[in-house]
Design a binder for this molecule. Sequence first.
Ligand code: ASP
Length: 420
Amino acid sequence: MKLHNKILLGLVGGAAAGVASKLMLGQSPELMWVVDKVATPIGQVFLRMLFMIVVPLIFGSVTLGVASLGDLSRIGRIGGKAMGFFLLTTAAAATIGLTLVNAIGPGKSIAPEVRTQLLAEYAGEATARVGAGATFGVETFVNIVPRNPVDSAARGDMLGLIFFSLIFGVALTQLSKDKAQPILAVLEGLVEVVTRIIGYAMRLAPYGVAGLIFGVTVRFGAEVLQSLAMYVVTVLAGLALQLFGVTGLLARFLAGIPYGTFFSKCRSLMVTAFSTSSSNASLPENIRTAEEQFGVPREIASFVLPLGATMNMNGTALFEGMTVLFLAQVFGVELSLTSQIIVVVMSVITAIGAAGVPGGSIPLLVLILETVGVPGEGIALILGVDRILDMSRTVPNVMGDQLTAVVIARSEGATLKLAD
Ligand code: ASP
């Protein structure tokens, strides 16, 4: 059986097994033992294998990508196109989100007692997240320049690591050929090795994905889902619109990739994003998909995709915009058109700033809520369903990166592989 089918089977099998065992056993100690001691550890090993390679992958591929692009004007042109595309698609996503919530009004259907109950139930977790709050200002930009790239990498600050790798790559292009060559050879070797390790990690994927999804389905409380059904359905509809409307159609019209082919070639990528809930953990598979499935030139894939994993989060912006407006509706805060425009702009900025890890956008969501006068603790209301929304929004996040890579490759004159 092909690997991508096995991964899909892992997803469906894990979810079915999770739902069935929960129905039969409830959240009994025995079942929770299986979740904690078997399913989650298997999932964690897969997740950690992916996270383990992110730092060497980003350093190796971004540096090599920039160095292979050669001249500064080409680096600037591709970087500029990528940033422009990220901003446009993210802003479109946030606008779709706000429009849908305005039209459907899911917050108006929440009964006051449900609100009180959820606020009480998730208050502790919410306070912890609010406490971990993010700030936004000049220092946000200053912090992109790392004091110590090793420390940035260790803290998971990917933007710092990318900045260092970019500068390293640019400097490399300015060395004489004999000086640059040995370093390039080492970097090429490094990327080859990392690619092998990605292959190993993906062989684990069917089991890892099954373990992760099994844990999620068993732990998930259907009661919370019921009371927030309208909100969840509205967010999922928005994400689907972004993915199958905006992203799929742009791939068709800007990169010439037939609609079905685009999604079919990205099957493993989408399942990886969904089950890991992390753009960073999906980066290895994202690069592999761009190169192997679509024939995106390595220097473009390895430059654009790490940037995308860190900065381009369409699904996250959509989710943030929707959630702010939803909570405003629940708390009866009237948001004027100006405030809604502020929400769109801040959703775009914070989606750029959010870390590509599970729940990476929550601290930034609090920041937007407080800016427009909705209580930050209000996130308590949605924390119970965030896991499923997080998994779902990560899919358009990574697909938006893949889209950017294929569109830029095409615009740079590359011939894409279109056959399935
Ligand atoms: N989990 C998302 C990602 O990695 C970030 C978020 O929206 O929390 O893309």
